[in-house]
Design a binder for this molecule. Structure first.
Ligand code: FAD
Length: 280
């Protein structure tokens, strides 16, 4: 199992207490020898400093860490400043995104597409960074069409991206079909499935409506029939472990976990999948 690439995604906490908890979470998840951790970025600059500070602090401790980055409303100088800081800190991977503007900031600036950001990073930093981009097996909610979304994904690789992390999904066929379509479109870079453990179903359902991730009808009904949060977590773990098993058996090159800054939901799934843990 452990030749498969594992990665864990965090969001930047707003409080000192949250940051301390995040550093502890990172230490515990290190046992699974992930290829990297990543830290999300609030487009519009809402987390510019917190994301960069967490990333650089972890890097100083020798952690393999990738900041998410997007232009949001920022100018080239600001993005170049971040790239310089990351490069000088020894960061060698970036998750390059268009991002979404926080509500209320929508008209402040034109969003820069991810392929343009990838080209910008390559233009200014050459091959220094391994660039991850986002991919959507169930198609991005604003996409003009399936084919257009695929074409734009290809554009991100043509601009210099190395691999992709997907939006989460619960229907493995959507991922396998997507991989087939990518191959037909001439995309040969690895596409790592994004895994969202299920801990709080009401929150997940709300979030999924906005990001275009489909909750299958059977999953919704099954989850809604449980009242005890512990039962929801247990069932969620079983369902997502099965999903991961199917993905890996079908040839997924690894797994990218949306951890929500928690250890147990991702760690329990990896243990159920028999991923080895190191002692340190
Ligand atoms: P793009 O690839 O630029 O695509 C955006 C839309 O425009 C798509 O509909 C696409 O079909 C279309 N499109 C793409 N290129 C072009 C073009 N050149 N011309 C015309 N149309 C085009 N959001 C955050 O705010 N912060 C994060 O840290 C964050 N992390 C994420 C991590 C992962 C793994 C994933 C899957 C998503 C993440 N998101 C994050 C959400 C993401 O920012 C949103 O889904 C956003 O709406 C699209 O970003 P993108 O990089 O996929 O955009």
């Amino acid at each position: 199992m452990n030749d498969l690439r594992i990665s864990f995604e965090f969001f930047p906490p707003k409080t000192e207490e949250g940051r301390e908890k995040l550093y502890k979470t990172r230490e515990e998840l290190q046992a699974f020898s992930p290829a990297f951790f990543s830290v999300t970025y609030g487009a519009g600059g809402t987390t510019r400093d917190t994301t960069a500070n967490i990333v650089c602090n972890l890097r100083r401790d020798g952690v393999s860490i990738a900041p998410h980055l997007s232009f949001g409303g920022d100018n080239e100088e600001t993005v170049l400043g971040l790239l310089k800081r990351y490069k000088e800190s020894g960061v060698d991977r970036i998750v390059a995104l268009r991002g979404d503007m926080p509500s209320g900031m929508g008209s402040v600036a034109q969003l820069v597409y991810a392929n343009e950001l990838v080209a910008f990073i390559r233009r200014h930093t050459g091959d220094h960074f391994h660039l991850e981009v986002a991919a959507y097996p169930e198609i991005h909610p604003e996409a003009e069409s399936y084919d257009a979304d695929l074409r734009f994904l290809k554009g991100k690789f043509e601009a210099g991206a190395n691999s992709a992390l997907t939006q989460y999904f619960y229907n493995p066929d959507a991922y396998f079909y997507f991989l087939d379509q990518c191959e037909k479109a001439g995309i040969d870079a690895p596409i790592y499935p994004g895994i969202m453990p299920i801990t709080n179903f009401a929150n997940l359902a709300r979030f999924s409506r906005n990001c275009g991730a489909e909750i299958p009808r059977w999953l919704k009904y099954r989850m809604e029939s449980y009242r005890d949060p512990e039962d929801v977590k247990k069932l969620g773990q079983e369902i997502v472990t099965d999903l991961c098993e199917t993905l890996l058996e079908g040839g997924a090159p690894g797994l990218h976990f949306y951890t929500m800054n928690q250890v147990a939901p991702s760690a329990d799934i990896l243990r159920a999948l028999n991923f080895a843990e190191s002692a340190d």
